[in-house]
Ligand binder design. Structure first.
Ligand SMILES: [Zn+2]
Length: 344
């Protein structure tokens, strides 16, 4: 753990002792707090994952759920927001939604059993082309190639250096930094460059999507399925026709697994603008999540919902044996951490 995170953790411990943390937690009772997760992996796999911010170790995830099971009312997204906006009486505990982006197999195989053991249900946003056709996501292709020494990594480096934004790229760049360059490209250029990088052999088991059958089983067990586009393209970059097909097709596919109408959407990478939001509304979605940090109130735009991103680094679970700091988790979900970082 770095000096900065040790310093932050000390600040959170002090906030717990002085009652500041409890005040932030008590404010959670009047809002809906939506948490973002991507992957929950076995502790060793989480440590080795090329994009460590996206992978929570199973032990840490279980500890976070244990805390939530004592202190929060965990709801699926639609239920929590329907309750917030409607006349349904809400729990006197803080309402928390657990959301997962993308649709990896570990969501069904590791996260869901941990949730169900504690009587909790989550909302899973599925990129339908990933789940339905097992196509590796473009960012995983790049991150995997980057983490593979030799020719694959060299091809990524060549691709990045061919771009203005990546002209100074070096071997020491992190996978996230390399991906940031790819994300800045228009979709056509990105597709062309990703194709030159190729796929580094058989993708590892940790990068499998869940199957449609697993998605259907999640819905049968009471979890909520939401859509997350078909191909995970960044939606503001698409023309109107392509944008509409990403929304309508993913909704239809996820509904075929869910067996019921799908009302929730999540913008890939959080990227949205007025045109994209309007298209999401026209496609029939009632709620849509961004990556903007924050909580939902009765005043919130239901198609621009804020979330709190629970990354392994922020909760002291990165590069550990699997454990995490619960005081850091509490600071993250209550907004104390965002305020501390903002003021730092
Ligand atoms: Zn995503």
């Amino acid at each position: 753990m770095g000096l900065r995170s040790l310093g932050l953790r000390a600040a959170y411990v002090a906030a717990r002792a002085s009652g500041v943390l409890a005040r932030h937690e008590s404010a959670m009772r009047s809002v809906v707090t939506i948490l973002t997760y991507h992957r929950v992996l076995g502790d060793g796999d989480a440590r080795a994952y090329p994009l460590p911010a996206l992978a929570m170790p199973r032990t840490a995830f279980a500890a976070q759920l244990d805390w939530l099971s004592k202190r929060a009312a965990v709801r699926t997204l639609s239920r929590a927001l329907d309750e917030l906006r409607g006349a349904t009486p809400r729990s006197d505990r803080p309402t928390v939604c657990i959301t997962f982006d993308d649709g990896y197999a570990d969501n069904a195989e590791i996260a869901a059993p941990e949730l169900e053991q504690r009587g909790m249900r989550a909302t899973f946003f599925l990129a339908s082309g990933f789940v339905g056709r097992a196509q590796l996501m473009w960012f995983d292709r790049i991150a995997l190639a980057w983490s593979t020494p030799g020719a694959a990594r060299a091809r990524v480096l060549d691709a990045v250096r061919s771009l203005d934004a990546g002209a100074r790229a070096s071997e020491s760049w992190s996978a996230s930094r390399v991906l940031a360059v790819f994300k800045s490209l228009d979709p056509e250029t990105r597709r062309r460059l990703v194709a030159t990088v190729g796929t580094p052999g058989e993708p590892p088991a940790t990068h499998r999507p869940m199957t449609p059958r697993q998605a259907a089983a999640l819905a049968m067990s009471g979890h909520e399925l939401g859509a997350h586009s078909v191909t995970h393209e960044l939606l503001p970059q698409l023309d109107d026709a392509r944008l509409q097909s990403e929304l309508v097709l993913s909704k239809r596919e996820v509904e075929s697994w869910s067996g019921k109408p799908v009302g929730c959407f999540c913008y890939p990478n959080g990227d949205h603008d007025d045109r994209v939001v309007e298209a999401v509304r026209r496609a029939g979605f009632r709620y849509a999540c961004t990556t903007r940090p924050g909580v939902s109130t009765t005043e919130s735009d239901p198609l621009r919902l804020a979330r709190r991103d629970v990354t392994s680094g922020r909760v002291g679970a990165r590069g550990t044996g699997g454990g995490c700091s619960i005081v850091s988790f509490r600071a993250e979900i209550s907004g104390l951490a965002e305020r501390t970082r903002g003021g730092a």
